[in-house]
Design a protein around this ligand. Structure first.
Ligand code: URA
Length: 210
């Protein structure tokens, strides 16, 4: 397992992921499970956020207590499936700034094509968490991270629900400085760039499209 990869093996995450993989799980439940898992994954991906202390007065005495240090987090969603991870993460870090990168995958070349980019300011001073449920070829994720780096981000994490070994390798090659957090690494990609066994097209399953 590459050092920059964390697989979150918590039983709640694994149980919810199994329900999401099931082709019979309906759209509404799929979205709800994704939201719940994203809160748990947010807990993991923020584990090493810098902290400082602030004095508070408890009813008994003053104390220096830990608080988050530095600028607010920035979450960057890769449209459209990345949005499925946002709400659950924002439940945990409601003041995070949120950016969006629009990339679609050319179904012939599997290369990402950018159509939208709106990012929070002062990215160089924030922890930036780029989110997309599926790390498949890694082409879109690597391209999105290159965009946030161009916008000044230095401290970056990539959070996904499921990864293919090919995508993990692509990220390690393109962005060895960016740790990846996922709930599982599956067997492989198929010839259409889908993760196997995976869960199908995450965007379609979230929104009931085809
Ligand atoms: N995107 C998806 O939604 N699913 C995959 O399996 C691969 C990419």
């Amino acid at each position: 397992m590459p050092e920059h990869l964390t697989v979150v093996e918590h039983p709640l995450v694994q149980h919810k992921l199994t329900l999401m993989r099931d082709a019979d799980t309906p759209t509404g439940l799929f979205r709800q499970l994704l939201r719940e898992i994203s809160t748990l994954l947010a807990y993991e991906v923020t584990r090493d956020l810098p902290v400082t202390t602030r004095q508070v007065h408890t009813p008994l005495k003053p104390m220096d207590a830990p608080v988050l240090d530095g600028r607010k987090l920035a979450l960057v969603s890769i449209l459209r499936a990345g949005n499925g991870l946002l709400d659950g993460m924002l439940d945990l870090v409601p003041s995070a700034r949120v950016g969006f990168v629009g990339l679609y995958r050319d179904e012939e070349t599997l290369e990402p094509v950018q159509y939208y980019c709106k990012l929070p300011e002062a990215l160089s001073e924030r922890r930036v968490i780029v989110v997309d449920p599926m790390l498949a070829t890694g082409n879109s994720s690597a391209a999105a991270i290159a965009l946030v780096k161009d916008a000044g981000a230095i401290d970056i994490r990539f959070l996904c629900l499921l990864a293919a070994p090919e995508g993990v390798q692509r990220m390690a090659d393109a962005h060895p400085d960016v740790p990846v957090v996922t709930a599982a690494v599956d067997e492989r990609l198929n010839e259409r760039g889908y993760i196997v066994p995976g869960l199908g097209d995450a965007g379609d399953r979230m929104y009931g499209t085809r």
